[in-house]
Structure formats: C-alpha cells, structure tokens
Design a protein around this ligand. Structure first.
Ligand code: 5U1
Length: 693
C-alpha cells in the first residue's frame, strides 16, 4: 500500500523549490489517490475517510494549478470533467467490436455446445460463464499503460469518442498498474449504472424537476453521451471488462494468448474492473446450472443484467471455432425472458388500501413479460400518472424486474389512439364514496371513511390475519372479502365470535375447512406482544417498530397511554410515527376493538429485558458475509440478534466475530488481517443448535 501523510506533506507547491521533488510528490499523490480510489470504487472497501482523500486530492490540485507542466492526462484530478463538446468525434475501431448470437432456451445452449464439439473434433473444451450486463459496450485503448481513447461500439466498425466522460468513471484506471502490460492494449467491456446509483439519480432528477430515466441502461447511455463531461462526472457509472481487442507488443510474461479466464485475471491485476460472478465451467450442462443460479439471484445483484454469456475458454479453440459474420461461434448470450413488453392500457382502477390510501392500478391486455403473464401494473399516484403522461387506451411499455410488482414505464406516443384524455384520480373513495383528500403533501390521496369504508375494513382484517401478524392459517384474502361482504364480520374482533356453522354455510367451505379455521383462530390467541402490536395495523408501524415498542415498554397498557413526545424516545420512532401511534390509541373505536380482542383471550408472554437474560452473544459485534447455503441470511441475522448480538454491515477493529459463508470476499480478508475470530456457516449452525430455545 502506498503511504502518504496528509499532515506532513507541503500543502502548496510554493513551499517547494526543487521541481524534481515536486514531480516525485505529484507521482506519489497519483499513486496514493489511485490506490484509495480503487479500494473505494472497485473493492468497495475504503481504507481512509473521505475527508482524508479530499485533502490529498486538494494538495494535488494546488500543485497542478501552480505548475501546469506537471499536469498529466492520468492525473486523478482529470476525473472531475470540465470539457464541453459540440459533438463527439467518430472513431474507427482498429479491430471491429463483435456482437453475440442469442439463445433463449437450454436446448439452444445444447445446440451451441454441440456445434463447438463438432468444430473442435470432440476435443474437450472449458467454458467461461459471465453475467451479461445491461449497459453499453465500450472499447478502451491504453498506450504505454495510459488511457488515451474510449469509443462506444456504434455499428461495430465506427463508434464515438467518449474519452472525456469515461475519464470521470472512477473504477476505470487512467493508467494501468504494474509493468507487464502490452505497449498497446484495447479492452472491451460494458459501462453500466448500478441500481442504487440509478435510483439516487432519478430521485435527484425529480427534485430538480428534470426528466427521469426509464431504466439504468438508458441512464448509462444518456450519461455517457453527455457533451458536458461535468454532468457525466456527476453520474454514478461503472464498468466491467469482458475481453480484449488490439494487443501490440505484449510483455513476455503476460498470458494474452492463452485462455479467456487468464486474460480477465490479467486485466484485473492491471487495475481493470472484472465482474466477480465470472466462473470457469467444465461442461455445457454446468451452463444451465449457472444460468438458473444467476437468474435466481438477479434481483439481489447490484446491477441490471439481461442474461449470461458463455465463451469457449481456450483462445486456440476459439480460433478453431471461428466466426459467423460479426458474431463469434465460440460465444453465445443466454438471454433472460424479456422484462419489458408493449401492451394496451385498458383501464385504470383505484384500489383502497388498509390506511385508506388510493392507488391507481392499470388494467392491461395480458402480456408475457419477465417470464409471467401480466394483467395489472401499479401507477402509484396522480403525480406518477402525470409524469409518465399515460392515458387509458394508450399502448404502454410494461416492465417487470425480478419479483418486483410490474410497472408501466411510459406510453408509446406514436401509437396513441385519437380522443384520449388525461387521467384524473377521483376525489371520492370508489368504494364508500367518502371524500378523498391529499394531506401533508402526501403523494397519495386517502379515503376519509376510516373503518366505515368496507375496503379499509377488509384490508385491516387481511393484515391482522397475515403471516407476520396473527398468522391465522386458512383465512385468506378472498375469504375475508366474502365475510365482510356477507356482513359476517365488521372488524377484527368479530373473527373471535365466528362459529363453525356460520363458516361452513359459506360457499366452497366444508365442515373440515370450517373446523380448521376455527382451530387456527383459537391457536392465534397465544401470540407475542410485537406481533399483536403489528397486527393492529397502526399506520407506519411495521414489524421492526412493533418490536422496538414492545422491547421499550414491555407492557401493552404503557404503549397505549404513551404520548407522542415520549414515544419518540423509542429507537426508530420519529414524530410522524409517534403521532400515528398516539392518535390510534386515542380513538374510542380502536380501544373498544382492543378490549374485545383481549376479552376473547389474546395473550402473550411477558417480555424479559435483554439485560435480565443470560444471552450468550450479549452485545457482541458480529458481521455476516458471503452467501449462506443452509439458512436464510435474514433468519440467521434475526437469530443472532435474539442471542444478544449486534449485527453490523462492515468489518472494523470493533468487530468481534465474522461469520463467513460461501464466496466471502473483502470483508473476510479484512477480518483475517485484523485477526478477528471467524466462523463458517456450519459453526454458526452448531452455535444456534447449542442455544436452541
Ligand atoms: N459479459 C459479456 N458481455 N459481452 C458482450 N461478455 C461479452 N462478450 C461480448 C459481448 C458483445 O463479445 C465478445 C464475445 C466478443
């Protein structure tokens, strides 16, 4: 690690007289800033606080301002942007940028493997699998290790020179590290915008009243094609390299001519970012396993992908397999089912939630997207409808990402039918016809009917019966709706006076189902205080807040009588939530229902405070890293907390134990360096077994 102290360095070049020393100082600042930038942006493991980095950066800026002759293209100060162009220069790729053939099924992958097998005359071949990033292809050109050109793919032969914007991408080295790189090296890869950065960017666009981006790919493309590189510098772009183009005068020790996976490793040692999901596989059947596992983890990946890519690993075998037109025969993209599709917006219905919030839901002509048929998509609220400009009757783009609720991205304006009108949300509840109001600048309007509104009552009962609340097995949403419509129940307390006869008389409910439901209602009476609080459905009191309230007060009557100010002493309870809790318990009707619930026999064990128990992990600071294969990560975290631990997200000197699952990376490494106790998943499970409650 390069060392440099911010305090011992001269803060201005004017303190120095010898330009040789200054030159050395500049070089040293470059290397220390590059080192910390790499730790921050590539390894996601910063070593020094931002303020220290800023100080070093400032020192370099001062020297460069006073000695412009010391300013070089690879200076970290060149990443902030500044150049404004009229247009982008065209660049002809010295070696064309290839495209990939696509496959959409396992059979097509089997065919791909068979074709290669034939071309290689049945010689064994290894395959490298990697995610297919949903971004923009780019070619970076390094000469003598210095980044001198960055060109978009364009039509594969000619692209655009976006070097000023690419220089602002922190994970891309302006100078390669080490000394074994070729004289000329072209690196190919994908520039993308991580999901979190995309969300932040769109929030800031909304705050500034500017246009939002439909997806991270569009945001990445829009950012990379900014003529003002300062704007590009403010956009959270990243890159993964997946191959090479022109290589001239390679070093004797570099493996450029051997295998794809060694090339990627080599690029990585020169400081270039490589996706950590790249995997070498032995046979084509493993590709399907890889595809399935990445597809499953797709929602949790920090970037958008639209498939995976398989490549023959050996370069000699790649050459033997050859090309078809612009696509190599030795590689194929195995695409995920489309996540965006076009369909017609047939209508907009308004749903009423548990707390009266009105949500517009688009009813769609059924369309197959992201592996399922979609008929509904949320439109969130009036502002979203206005922002997107969708109208009933429009052809719309529907998007479904992972398990997320499908959403309408935008209308296809060129296909808009004549005589459509802008949509306005109703000013009355569509169910109980009470006034709908927007209060306190909330995005959604709310029905003011309270528990008079059957829709709100239904939602409140569904919530009460749900798995994380009172967990009444057999009481599904449809049944609740039927019971409310038939006026068998009006509020949650009525559930406890239902009889087997009244239930079995309902449509499609036999004696057995009625018996089971009554039994579940009986069983749910024995609960916990946090569950009970959560099940009441107080606005913005989720599971975590319910748990915090229960742990803080321990006795339900104490919570009921707490005033807003006092409630704010509970961890995570702010003024809005405190106000919601106080006003919930101020309402006569709510107290009547609660009394009826308690009279029906709902009870819970007394809460024992943490420090009154002998907890084996009391206040021990634990970090969970890597993937667990037996236990779900959230369950493991919850169990650790139950045993008294404080679970933290990052490893520091204060960490006392690191539980490392599969593929644990930088956190495990740091724990090893700091000499922190490490446990694997099996040891963690043994610990849980030992303290089985
Ligand atoms: N991960 C990855 N994406 N991607 C896109 N690898 C990869 N390789 C490509 C492309 C166009 O092309 C090479 C096979 C030449």
């Amino acid at each position: 690690m390069p060392t440099f102290s911010t305090s011992t360095t001269t803060s201005s070049a004017s303190n120095s007289t010898c330009s040789d020393t200054l030159q050395e100082q500049v070089q040293h600042l470059h290397s220390i800033l590059n080192y910390h930038s790499h730790r921050y942006y590539v390894l996601d493991d910063p070593e020094i606080p931002d303020s220290e980095y800023d100080k070093l950066f400032c020192q370099l800026e001062v020297i460069e301002a006073e000695h412009p002759e010391l300013l070089s293209l690879d200076s970290p100060t060149q990443r902030v942007g500044g150049k404004v162009l009229d247009s982008f220069q065209q660049i002809t790729h010295q070696m064309p940028m290839l495209s990939l053939s696509n496959a959409f099924s396992s059979d097509e992958i089997k065919d791909f493997a068979q074709r290669i097998d034939e071309r290689l005359e049945h010689e064994h071949f290894d395959i490298v699998a990697e995610p297919k990033l949903d971004g923009l292809a780019i070619s970076l050109r390094y000469e003598y290790g210095l980044l001198i050109q960055a060109a978009t793919r364009g039509d594969g032969t000619t692209g655009e020179d976006v070097i000023n914007n690419v220089r602002t991408i922190q994970s891309i080295p302006l100078r390669l590290t080490g000394a074994t790189y070729p004289r000329i090296l072209e690196v190919r890869g994908e520039i993308f915008m991580p999901k979190k950065g995309f969300e932040r960017l769109n929030q800031s666009q909304i705050a500034k009243g500017e246009k939002t981006f439909a997806n991270p790919r569009n945001a990445a493309a829009g950012s990379l094609r900014q003529l003002d590189s300062k704007t590009a510098a403010s956009r959270p772009l990243d890159m993964f390299c997946y191959g090479i183009g022109v290589v001239e005068d390679p070093h004797d020790d570099d493996p450029m001519q051997t295998t794809h996976h060694l090339i990627l490793n080599q690029l990585n040692t020169w400081g270039l970012p490589i996706c950590s999901e790249v995997k070498k596989l032995n046979q084509w059947q493993d590709c399907i396993e890889y595809y399935d596992s990445i597809l499953l983890r797709r929602p949790d990946l920090p970037y958008e992908i639209d498939g995976v890519v398989y490549k023959v690993d050996s370069l000699a075998q790649q050459q033997k397999a050859g090309f078809i037109s612009r696509a190599p025969r030795w590689a194929i993209a195995h695409k995920f089912p489309a996540e965006e599709a076009m369909t017609r917006l047939l209508n907009i219905d308004v749903q009423v939630g548990r707390t009266g919030a009105l949500t517009p839901v688009g009813r769609l002509e059924p369309v197959f997207v992201g592996g399922v048929t979609v008929t509904n998509a949320t439109l969130h609220n009036q502002s979203e409808i206005d922002r997107k400009g969708v109208r009933i009757g429009d052809m719309v783009i529907v998007r479904r990402a992972g398990d997320v609720i499908p959403e309408i991205v935008k209308p296809v304006l060129s296909a808009r039918p004549e005589q459509t009108d802008a949509y306005t949300m109703p000013d009355h509840c569509p169910i109980c016809h009470s006034l709908a109001e927007r209060v306190n600048d909330e995005a959604k309007s709310r029905c003011t009917g309270g528990l008079f509104c059957p829709a709100q009552r239904k939602e409140a009962i569904k919530h009460f019966a749900s798995r994380k609340a009172m967990d009444i097995d057999g009481l599904g949403d449809k049944l609740v709706e039927q019971m409310v419509d038939a006026e068998m129940i009006h509020d949650i307390s009525d559930l406890f006076s239902l009889s087997i006869d009244s239930i079995s008389a309902m449509e499609r409910m036999g004696q057995k189902s009625a018996d089971n439901l009554i039994q579940s209602i009986e069983t749910c009476k024995s609960t916990t205080l946090p569950r009970f609080i959560y099940s009441l459905g107080i606005r913005e009191v989720g599971e975590a807040t319910a748990l915090a309230l229960a742990n803080h007060y321990r006795y339900f009557p104490e919570i009921k009588k707490a005033k807003s100010e006092e409630l704010q002493e509970v961890p995570d309870v702010g003024p809005v939530v405190a106000h919601n809790i106080e006003s919930f318990f101020d309402q006569e009707h709510n107290n009547e229902v609660i009394n009826q619930l308690l009279q029906a026999g709902i009870h819970w064990p007394e809460i024992i405070k943490k420090d009154e128990l002998e907890l084996p992990l009391l206040d021990k600071i634990i970090v969970l890293t890597g993937s667990l294969s037996v236990m779900n990560r959230n369950d493991a975290k919850a169990r650790l907390i139950e045993l008294g631990a404080k679970v933290s997200g990052s490893v520091s000197k204060k960490t006392q134990l690191v539980i490392a699952g599969d593929k644990a990376g930088s956190k495990l490494k740091k724990a090893e360096e700091l000499g922190i106790e490490i446990m694997d998943e099996a040891e963690m499970l043994a610990l849980f077994n030992h303290y089985e409650s």
